[in-house]
Ligand binder design. Structure first.
Ligand code: TRP
Length: 309
C-alpha cells in the first residue's frame, strides 16, 4: 500500500506552552505509523518574517528539533530537519510566488493580524509567507498537513496554487489536505482562561461557585477539567465524578501533578538530547539529506515544467 505523506511544519518559537503540547507536540509521534511517512520541518525561514535575534533563532531551531525527538518522534524513521538546510525550499518559493496572486495573499487573515501586531515591520516576507509554506508542503507531495485552525487558510491557498500550477503546466503536484487532530480539549491560559495557555499553575483563576462541574460560563473551571482530562485520558464526565465534593485546591493540585507526570519525562529527554549538540546536528543534517532527496524530485519536475531546466 502507498503510504500517505505527512508534512509537519513548526516554527522555532520559544518555550512551548501546555496548550502547544496538548494541541500539537504530543500528537507528533502518533502520526508515525505504518501507513504514513512523515517529514518534520523546523520552519526557521518562516521565523525570519518577524525580527529575530540571530543567535537565539539558531538555538531555538535546534531546540525545536530536540523537542520533536523528546516528544517521541523517531528521526531514523521520519526526517527531522531544519528548513534552511534544504535549499529547495527557497527555490520553490520563487516559482510558486510567480503563480500566486496578490489578491489571494491580501485575503490571508494571518497577514492582516500580524501586520497589525508588527506595524513597524510589515515586510514583504510577512506578505509572501503563505507561498513559502505552500512550497514546504508541495515539495514533498504531502497528502496531509497537520495544522491548527489558524493555519487552515494556508493549506487552502496551497491547494489553490497547486491546482493553478497543474492546470497551467500539467499534472505536477498532489493536492494536500489539512489534517486537524482531535484534541483532548482546548487548553486555555490559567490566569486568563479566555486566552490561550500561559505557564502559571497554582494561581489558576476559577470562580466562586464552589462546585466542581463542567458548565457553561465557567471558563476557569472548565479549563482545569479539560487539562486533567487531556493529561490522564479520562473523559470530562469521569473527571468531574472523580472530584465530586472536593475543594478547588484539591483539583488544582491534582491537575498540576498530572501535568508534571506527563511533562517531566519529556523535559528530561529534551535536556539529554540538547546536551549532545554534535549528535543533534548529525541527526538534523541526516534529516535534511533525506528530505532534500525527495524535495529535489519535485523541484526538478517543476523547473522542467516551467522551462528553467
Ligand atoms: N506556518 C506554520 C505555523 O506558524 C508553520 C509552518 C511552516 C507549517 N511551514 C509549514 C505548517 C508547512 C504546516 C506545513 O504554525
Amino acid at each position: 500500500m502507498e503510504k500517505k505523506i505527512i508534512l509537519s511544519g513548526i516554527q522555532p518559537s520559544g518555550i512551548p506552552t501546555l496548550g502547544n503540547y496538548v494541541g500539537a507536540l504530543r500528537n507528533w509521534k502518533l502520526l508515525q505509523s505504518d501507513d504514513k511517512f512523515c517529514y518534520y520541518c523546523v520552519a526557521n525561514m518562516h521565523a525570519l518574517t518577524v525580527r529575530q535575534d540571530p543567535k537565539l533563532l539558531l538555538e531555538r531551531s535546534f531546540g525545536m528539533a530536540a523537542l520533536l525527538i523528546a516528544c517521541g518522534v523517531d528521526p531514523t524513521i521520519s526526517p527531522v530537519f531544519i528548513q534552511s538546510d534544504v535549499h529547495q525550499h527557497a527555490e520553490m518559493n520563487w516559482v510558486l510566488a510567480c503563480n500566486t496572486y496578490m489578491g489571494e495573499l491580501n485575503r490571508m487573515t494571518q497577514f492582516k493580524d500580524k501586520s497589525a501586531k508588527h506595524a513597524d515591520n510589515i515586510n514583504a516576507g510577512l506578505y509572501t509567507y503563505p507561498v513559502l509554506m505552500a512550497g514546504d508542503i508541495l515539495l514533498y507531495q504531502a497528502d496531509l498537513v497537520p495544522v491548527g485552525n489558524d493555519q487552515k487558510q494556508h493549506v487552502e491557498i496551497t491547494r489553490d496554487i497547486a491546482v493553478r500550477f497543474n492546470n497551467a503546466y500539467g499534472e505536477t503536484f498532489k493536492l494536500p489536505e489539512p489534517y486537524i487532530p482531535k484534541v483532548g480539549g482546548r487548553v486555555m491560559s490559567l490566569t486568563d482562561p479566555e486566552k490561550k495557555m500561559s505557564k502559571k499553575f497554582k494561581r489558576a483563576v476559577t470562580d466562586s461557585e464552589g462546585r466542581i462541574a463542567y458548565e457553561e460560563g465557567r471558563p476557569g473551571m472548565n479549563n482545569l477539567l479539560s487539562i486533567y482530562s487531556a493529561m490522564t485520558g479520562k473523559t470530562i464526565e469521569q473527571t468531574v465524578a472523580e472530584f465530586e465534593g472536593c475543594g478547588y485546591g484539591t483539583l488544582k493540585t491534582a491537575v498540576a501533578d498530572a501535568v508534571i507526570a506527563e511533562i517531566e519525562p519529556v523535559q528530561t529527554e529534551y535536556r539529554r538530547i540538547l546536551a549532545d549538540k554534535a549528535e543533534l546536528e548529525r541527526t538534523t543534517k541526516d534529516g535534511a539529506c533525506r528530505a532534500s532527496e525527495a524535495a529535489e524530485k519535485t523541484l526538478d519536475l517543476v523547473y522542467r515544467r516551467v522551462g528553467l531546466r
